[in-house]
Design a binder for this molecule. Structure first.
Ligand SMILES: [Fe+2]
Ligand SMILES: [Fe+2]
Length: 142
């Protein structure tokens, strides 16, 4: 029997910003998201899934702060809007983590919560960042 196919976030070249530290962050977040998706799909113990979600949420929040500093340093003109989008995403991520914490993992809807939001948020977060890629590269004189 072939192993079950697990939905995962596929890293695409279009995600590359050309800024090594930022790309490193994004790749780590994608890896962590994929590890979480595997845990949920292979029916790992629910507390482990919840702990992995909490780690991912903490990493995402740390990442947003890193980006905001980068945007400040390079005087990104749409910093205010980008920061607001981060706060919105942060609230959604915290809401997801809280929902999972309150659940027990016995319903298919609980695992579905992980896979749909995990995929959606990582993709959104990275695609959203393409807005300032050219700005940052220009500011760095590349
Ligand atoms: Fe990002
Ligand atoms: Fe961002």
């Amino acid at each position: 029997m072939s192993p079950p196919t697990v939905a995962h976030v596929k890293w695409m070249e279009v995600f590359e910003t050309g800024i090594p530290e930022l790309d490193g962050w994004h790749r780590r977040l994608v890896d962590r998201c994929n590890a979480l998706l595997v845990l949920a799909a292979t029916k790992a113990a629910w507390p482990q899934v919840v702990a992995s979600t909490n780690d991912l949420v903490s990493d995402c929040i740390a990442h947003f702060h890193f980006e905001e500093e980068l945007m400040e340093r390079t005087a990104f003109p749409r910093l205010v809007a980008h920061r607001a989008a981060h706060r919105e995403l942060e609230a959604r991520l915290r809401g997801l983590a809280a929902q999972m914490q309150a659940a027990d993992g016995t319903l298919p809807a609980h695992a579905a919560l992980v896979s749909s939001l995990g995929l959606e948020l990582i993709e959104l977060m990275i695609r959203h960042d393409l807005d300032y890629r050219s700005h940052v590269l220009y500011a760095q004189g590349q």
